[in-house]
Write a protein that binds this ligand. Sequence first.
Ligand code: ADP
Length: 479
Amino acid sequence: MSQTARRILVVDDEQRVRQAIERVLGESGYEIITASDGRQGLEMVAAHAPDLVLVDLMMPVMDGMEFLDQARRRYPGLSSVVITGFATLDKAVEAMKQGADDFLAKPFKPRELKLVVERALKRAATLQDISIEKSRTRALINAMSNGVLVVNPDGEAVLANPALLNLLERKEEGVIGQPYQEVVPWAEVKMCLAATLRGEERKPEQARCVCRQGDDEDALHFQVSCAPFHDARNAVVGAVAVFDDVTAWHRLDQYKSQFVTTVAHDIVSPLAAVQGQLQNLGKGLLGPLEEAQTVLVERARTRLQGVADLCRDLLDLSKIEAGAMGQQSRLDLAPLVQEALKVLGGPAEAKGQSLAVELASGLPPVLGVAEEFLDVVLNLVGNAIKYTQDGGEISLRLWAEGSELLLEVADNGPGIPPEEQDAVFKRFHRVRTPENRHITGTGLGLAIVKRVVDNLHGKLSLRSQPGQGCRFLVSLPAA
Ligand code: ADP
C-alpha cells in the first residue's frame, strides 16, 4: 500500500500537538492537514475528504464528540482515531461506541502514533473494499433483467431487485421484511424456496421450477432457480431465487406445436382418401391391372404410407409434449402390453421371428396415460421386428424391482453402433447402414419413447453391440 496518497486530518486545539503529529506522520510520507477545533474540522472534511481523522476529544468551539457525531452523520464511512489528553478510558470507550476506530492517549510516543494510524488506515481500506464490492454487486443485481429475490433463514425477503418488483407489481417497501410466502404468489416457487431453506440435497433440475403469471394468452412464463447461501460452518443462512423470463421460448414452442398439429392434421384426411382410392385401384375395382401397373400402384401406396406414418408420429409427439394424449390414471401395464402385442404378432410372424413374452403377475400400477404407454411398447417392439432379420429372436419382459417397474425389449438383430446410441433418441435421427437401407421409418419412434418415459419420471437405456442385437430397458416408478 502506498502511503504517499493517504491524507490525514488532525483536529486538535493544541498547536504543539498538531505540529508534533504533522512532523512524525509527515516523515512517514502521509499528507497532513490540520484544524484547531471541531467546526473547522468539519469544513476540512468537506473540502479535502481525508482518509483518516485524528481528533482530540477536549476542544473549544466544538468538542471531539460533537465533531465525530456530525462528521459520521454526514460521511458514514469516515475513519477516525480519538486522542484523549486525560487518558480517561471511559471517554475513549464512549467515542469508540460512537464509531471511532481506535484511540490514542496523550502523551504518546511517535511509534505508538504510527502504529495506530497504520492500523486504522488498513481497516479503512478493507472497509472500503467491502463497500465497493457491495455496491458493485448491488449495481449488478439492479441492472439484471432477471428477477432476483433473496431471503434470510427465517424466509423474510432481504433483497428484491427492480426486475422482480416490476413482475410482482409491488414497491420495495412492501416486500422487504415480508415472508416469501406473502411476496411470491406461485406455489411452485414457494415449494422450491422452502426446500432450499431446509437445506435439502437436490439435483440442479429439482432446484428449478416453472411458473406462470396471468391466465390468458399473454401470460408470462418464468423458469425459477433457487440456491442456498451457506455460512463458514456450511449451515444454510438464506436463499436466492432467480426468475428467468422464458415467455418467448414458450410461445415459440406453442406456435411450433400448433403448426405441426395443423399441418399434420390437414394432411391426414386427404392422404387416407388417396390411399383408399389406390387400394381400390390395386384390387382391380376399376378393371384388371397389368403387372407393371400393379407394381406402380403398390410403390405409390408404400410412399404414401411413409407420409401417413410421419404425420401420425408428429401428431403423437406434439400431443405428448402438450400433455394432450389424455388424463393420467393408474395403469395396469401387463394388459396394455398384451393389447400392443395383438397388433405386433402378425408382422413378427410374417418375418418368421420368435416373440418370447414374460409378464410377471401382481405388478403394481404406474401413473400414466394408456395411449402413451402403448406407444412405448409399439415403438420398441415394432423396431425390434422391423430391424431384426427374418427368423430372428425378439423378447419382451415386464417385472418389478423394489419400487420400480421394468420393461425390457431385446432382439438379436444388427444392433446399433456405440457412436449412434445417444443420437437414436433424438428426433428424425436414423442410422443408415447398407442392410437397413430399404427399411422405411420416420426417425421419431425412439424420440416418442424417450419423451413418454421422461414425462413419467422414468429412465430409458440402451445396450447394444453391433451384430449382437439391442436391449432397451425402461424403468418406471410404481404409483
Ligand atoms: P425409425 O425406426 O422410424 O427410423 P426410431 O426413432 O424408432 O425411428 O429409431 C431410430 C433409429 O434407431 C432407427 O432408424 C434405427 O436405425 C435404429 N434402431 C431402433 N431400434 C433398433 C433395433 N431394435 N435394432 C437396430 N436398430 C434400431
